[in-house]
Design a protein around this ligand. Structure first.
Ligand SMILES: Cc1cc2nc3c(=O)[nH]c(=O)nc-3n(C[C@H](O)[C@H](O)[C@H](O)COP(=O)(O)O)c2cc1C
Length: 239
């Protein structure tokens, strides 16, 4: 891993999460000096991603997923980050040497246009921004779509107990044009046992472009295989 520091920073090592500090909303600018080395920054990125799956108020809980539409025009929409299987090289299990960046999971209706887009072009990008962290992530991913099997079934057994279950039980597909008032609500016509359209988008992380906005200086780095066949690497970039 290349570890060239773009500038020297005062070492203020801290494992504290910035959200845990008093006057949290005022403390964001302090964050940027806490993590200096590639290892520290990457570990914190994955910690924050995991945290976002548990914390409804974390800004990284709702990234934007950008895909290539079937006509070649980009498409993007907000989604909820449901699960993070962090990278092995972050010292956390659940990833394999073939998947050094780990995976992110999103739930969707399998009939939604994004699923068709991803079937045709699995390469996509997830964009996260947190004003509290002053960090943007642009995560390049390869997305696979899971619609059946024990894993999807076990997730659905949990999701179906929640209010969100209806998102995957609609009579009409997302984006379908409504032609009559009755279709607008649909519930009165809904069958007792509606079809389940629940799907899991499993996004394998190939590369992360990290940008930190600082008061005076910004920092930026790219991490991933970086095309040099040396495994997961790190490169500081001009912001
Ligand atoms: C805060 C927020 C969270 C959302 N989360 C999801 C989600 O997790 N999965 C999903 O399929 N759509 C989610 N949506 C709806 C999508 O943004 C989008 O409108 C819908 O999925 C249809 O997208 P498509 O036509 O590109 O497939 C969310 C929207 C908002 C505003």
């Amino acid at each position: 891993m290349v570890q060239v520091k773009p500038r020297s920073l005062p070492h203020r090592h801290s494992n504290d999460h910035p959200h845990d500090q008093p006057n949290d909303h005022l403390s964001a600018p302090l964050m940027q000096n806490h993590f200096e080395t590639p290892q520290e920054i990457q570990a914190q990125i994955y910690k924050e991603l995991v945290r976002a799956t548990h914390d409804r108020h974390h800004a990284w809980r709702t990234p934007v997923l950008a895909t290539s539409a079937t006509d070649g025009i980009p498409n993007a929409r907000t989604v909820v980050l449901r699960t993070v299987n962090p990278a092995q090289n972050m010292g956390v299990s659940n990833s394999t040497p073939n998947n050094p960046g780990g995976t992110l999971e999103i739930y969707t209706d399998r009939r939604s246009p994004k699923v068709t887009e991803l079937q045709q072009q699995p390469e996509a990008c997830l964009v996260f921004w947190s004003a509290k962290l002053s960090w943007q992530l642009r995560v390049k991913v390869s997305v696979s779509i899971q619609t059946e099997g024990p894993y999807v079934e076990s997730l659905w057994q949990t999701v179906k107990q929640t209010r969100a279950a209806g998102d995957y039980l609609g009579l009409l597909a997302p984006g379908q044009t409504l032609v009559a008032d009755s279709e607008h609500v649909g519930s009165s016509l809904a069958p007792a046992e509606p079809d389940v359209h629940f799907a899991v988008l499993s996004a394998q992380i190939n590369e992360i472009d990290w940008l930190e906005l600082g008061r005076g200086q910004h920092r930026r780095a790219r991490m991933g295989s970086l095309g040099n066949n040396t495994g997961w690497g790190w490169a500081w970039l001009q912001p």
